[in-house]
Every structure is written in C-alpha cells, then in structure tokens.
Ligand binder design. Sequence first.
Ligand code: FMN
Length: 191
Amino acid sequence: MVISLDRLGLGRGISETLVTTLSPRGRPNAGPMGIHRRGEGLWVYLYRDSRTFPNVVARGRLVVNVVSDPLLFVRAAFSDLAPGEFVRIGGEPVLREARSWLLCHARPGRGDSVKVRAALEPLRGGVRRPGVEAPNRGRAAVLEAAIAATRYVIFHDREKRETIERSRRVVERCGGPGEKAAFRRLELFIP
Ligand SMILES: Cc1cc2nc3c(=O)[nH]c(=O)nc-3n(C[C@H](O)[C@H](O)[C@H](O)COP(=O)(O)O)c2cc1C
C-alpha cells in the first residue's frame, strides 16, 4: 500500500507531531515527537526516559498524529491525556483531535544512553480533517529570521544577528528543501 506522507501533512525535514502508543497493559499514551523525513527515510529519536520508548520496544509500533493545537503539545509533554482523548482505529490509539494519523512499524536501532533511533515503516494512515500540515520548527525559524533580518539591515544590532544565527541552526536541522531555499535567499539580503 502506497501512503502519501504529504497528504497526511508530514513534509520533509522534521515534522513535530504527537506520537501515540499502547502500553503492554493496553493503556494509551501520547508524547510530542519529531518525525524525521529525509529522502525515502522516516525515523524518530526516542528518549529512553519517555513512556513512549518502552511502549515501542514492547509492541514495535506507534501512531504519528498530526495536530495543530499548540496546547495539546504542551499538555502531552507534561501531563497524561485523558483516555477519552483517544479513539481506537483498528485497535490502535489515535488522538480524537488528530487531523491525520499514520500507523507505523517501529524498529528501535542504534542509540546512546539518552536516545534511540527508531526506523519507521508506514502501515496504514488516514486523514480525519483535510488540508493538514504538521508544524515544522524550520518553517517557524525562517519567519523568525526574516523578521529579525528586516530590523538587522537597518540597525545592525547584535541581538537580531544572534536570532538569525540561532534560526539558521534550526533551519539546517529541522527544515525541508523549501525552508532551506528560503533561508539561503534571505541570507542574500543580510550584509
Ligand atoms: C515539540 C517537541 C518535540 C519533541 N521531540 C521529541 C522527540 O523527537 N523524541 C523524544 O523522545 N522526545 C521528544 N520531546 C520530548 C517528549 O515529548 C517528552 O519527553 C514527553 O514527556 C514524552 O512523553 P511520554 O513520556 O508520554 O512518552 C519533544 C517535546 C516537544 C515539546
């Protein structure tokens, strides 16, 4: 089955999503995670101290949820979502608020004492609300840099220069080809 990641709102670079998993006892969990997409590759880095990590080790699967509500990112990062915030699709936990979802086979591989890289293989996906796109920090960083640059070209202040430099690092790490091209263009205008 060919699944279009673009249609699910998972662009190139790192998409910020909520990853949902089931514990071995069947309890659903959600945690914000960045989904890396480069070339044909799809993967996620899982912090060992997250609840998501042992769930993935136990079941070998996870669901990537594209959501647009920033409050949901904060709540999922620092507290448990209520069981009623999940629905089951084919037995797998999907967020009620998900604009789209992607069930993946996840194979934890190499890592260090802090995090482990898990290769993702898409199994099934669905769009619940069309016109979706996962947040990409690289895109936000292009906008931050562009705003700072409009001030920097006039005032040459150090704070704006630092914002541009910080943004460059985020674009390099998280951006897709579109964000990187936009940043290169922006740099042409910065003295
Ligand atoms: C925007 C955002 C992106 C994050 N990306 C990751 C990630 O890629 N991998 C990871 O393990 N944790 C990531 N985190 C941190 C986890 O979300 C955090 O450790 C959370 O408590 C994990 O939830 P869990 O313990 O329910 O699995 C991210 C947090 C935020 C806010």
